[in-house]
Design a protein around this ligand. Structure first.
Ligand SMILES: C=C(OP(=O)(O)O)C(=O)O
Ligand SMILES: [Mg+2]
Length: 560
């Protein structure tokens, strides 16, 4: 079938064509590049290149519209950042050429972003692209751009800048593969909004030569080099079956025998609501509010928070909207809420509710904004705390929520201690939502950020499933709902297993909703239960997947 590379599928669909690489060969201005002594003239060149770049990015954004416009506007702001301009002026004042000064000043920003954890590190590609655009203008060399081709191709790159992704022509580019990037990168988000199959974080992407025929599966993350005709045909027919099944799956989530499993969307802010609605979300199961707080020097004010929360509540009249209070710390550091000191293991340090217990005012203001946002809407606001560890944490949060007038307060179950003691936590939580991403990280002691530990970052690990089962059982006995909002819910096979374990709602990135809806519609509750028991009885991850599938025969026409 040809050599296979693996990455992270971030935008589903199958693309097949010869590869064309995007090369970013902007020469790095040498460290000793000095200007001719006229610093003022050199500064004018630098500032006008920065301004022209900002204008060009804005114009591209206006042409592209939608999500791309926001991303490109953010890049234009980077090019116009006054602190950056000051740093460039200072460096030119010390003798550097305009190109060298821009390159050095942006390297400082890059370092800061790259070390600031997953969410900000994902913005490095955006910044690099801005730098390349300004420096190439100053050096008079062409701006890096997508290769021209009259025939369709698979675009392969180290990383793709949003400015490139936004203007990709889906008639020409049938898919893309990048070595860098993560599921939360702008590039991944734009690929989904363009409907382009895409695989990121593909370690072998550099080995793909121009002209190699490449088959990209944006659901599984598989990239096959020089596939046989049969492999291509099989992948295409699977994708067509999946797309047809997904298209016909509409309405509320339910198993084939009518057991209701509300399907909710994970969102990071109002910008994600259109996709949630388009994909038939029945509400929001996880509103990651920290996105409103990232990338800024101060916390958003009361009115701004009220507006952002109300947008979600108004999008789902009568529906359920679960908002998670600020989950900062570890991979989501906030400028205005630093950790108490250097933490050798930030994921095991002060994050989530732990941070809020040290800064109760920040939580109080968020809860007050949520309570106000709900006024005059008829959505059912649910508020939950991240990183709850024990009963004392759960009681503390329940009291804080009650005094802010929040009616439904729950906890995330993402620490094994909380899962094991769920029956006790249930007394002070109206609902549970299992965060399988962190629950897996902590159960298997495998840092989410470390690429080499993927075997232990798999929520199919039977130990993780045992903890989900314990939580769902405790919730059931206490008469409480128990959702899952980690990535596990987006895996259509695992979603059926979770339902069989007793999970009552599933929440996921919007684009995963149709496949999960289709998978549930093809499986009875009894089949889901049998699949769950088989997965729990399995010895390994592979056994768990294989034996669970064995009970879910209806999934075969989805190619699962
Ligand atoms: C949903 C979760 O939270 P986050 O991914 O934001 O940590 C989780 O841990 O599963
Ligand atoms: Mg988490």
């Amino acid at each position: 079938m040809g050599d296979m590379l693996r990455g992270v599928g971030v935008s589903s669909g199958v693309g097949y064509a010869p590869a064309l690489r995007l090369s970013r060969s902007i020469p790095d201005p040498p460290a000793d590049a000095r200007h001719n002594g006229d610093a003022d003239a050199e500064i004018r060149c630098a500032i006008s290149a920065m301004e022209e770049t900002a204008r060009d990015l804005t114009a591209r954004g206006e042409r592209a519209g939608g999500a791309a416009q926001e991303v490109l506007a953010a890049q234009a702001l980077m090019a116009r950042d006054p602190a950056l301009a000051d740093d460039v002026k200072r460096r030119v004042g010390e003798g550097a050429t305009a190109a060298r000064a821009v390159s050095e000043a942006m390297a400082v920003y890059r370092e800061m972003l790259a070390s600031a954890g997953e969410y900000l590190a994902a913005r490095v590609a955006d910044l690099d692209d801005v730098r390349d655009r300004i420096v190439s203008r100053l050096l008079g060399v062409p701006v890096p751009k997508i290769p021209d081709s009259d025939t369709p191709f698979v675009l392969v790159a180290g990383d793709l800048a949003p400015a490139d992704t936004a203007t990709l022509d889906p008639e020409r580019v049938v898919a893309f593969v990048t070595r860098e990037g993560g599921p939360t990168s702008h590039t991944a988000i734009l690929a989904r909004s363009l409907g382009l199959p895409a695989v990121v974080a593909c370690a072998g992407a550099d080995t793909i030569d121009d002209g190699t025929r490449v088959l990209v599966d944006g659901l599984t993350g598989e990239v096959v080099l020089e596939p046989t005709t049969e492999t291509v045909e099989a992948a295409r027919s699977t994708a067509a079956a999946r797309a047809a099944a997904a298209a016909e799956s509409t309405g509320p989530g339910r198993t084939s025998d009518g057991h209701a499993v509300p399907l909710l969307a994970n969102i990071g802010g109002p910008q994600d609501l259109p996709a949630a609605l388009d994909n038939g979300a029945e509400g929001v199961g996880l509103y990651r509010t920290e996105f409103l707080f990232l990338d800024r020097a101060d916390a958003p004010g009361h009115e701004e928070q009220v507006g952002a929360y109300r947008a979600a509540l108004e999008a789902f009249p009568g529906g359920k909207v679960v908002v998670r209070t600020l989950d900062s710390g570890a991979d989501k550091p906030l400028a205005f809420l630093p950790a108490p000191g250097a933490e050798p293991n930030p994921a095991l340090g002060e994050r989530g509710l732990r941070m809020m217990r040290r800064h109760p005012r920040v939580l109080e203001s968020q809860l007050a904004a949520l309570a106000e946002a709900q006024r005059d809407t008829d959505a059912q606001l649910h508020v939950m705390a991240p990183m709850v560890t024990d009963v004392e944490d759960a009681e503390w949060f329940a009291a804080a929520a009650a005094s802010a007038g929040i009616e439904h307060a729950g906890v995330m179950i993402e620490v094994p201690a909380a899962a094991l003691r769920a029956r006790h936590l249930a007394r002070s939580a109206d609902f549970f939502s299992v965060g399988t991403n962190d629950l897996t990280q902590y159960t298997c002691a495998a840092d989410r950020e470390v690429g080499g530990l993927s075997r232990f970052q798999d929520p199919w690990q039977p130990a993780v499933l045992e903890l989900v089962a314990a939580t769902a059982t405790a919730a059931h006995q206490a008469g409480r709902p128990c959702g899952v909002c980690g990535e596990a819910a987006a895996d259509p096979v695992l979603a059926c297993v979770l339902v069989g374990l007793g999970v009552t709602t599933l929440s996921m990135g919007a684009t995963a909703l149709p496949m999960v809806r289709a998978a549930l519609a093809r499986s009875s509750l009894e089949q889901c239960r049998q699949a769950a028991q088989a997965a729990l009885a399995a010895r390994t991850v592979d056994d768990a997947v294989t034996s669970a599938r064995g009970h879910l025969s209806g999934l075969s026409d989805l190619g699962l």
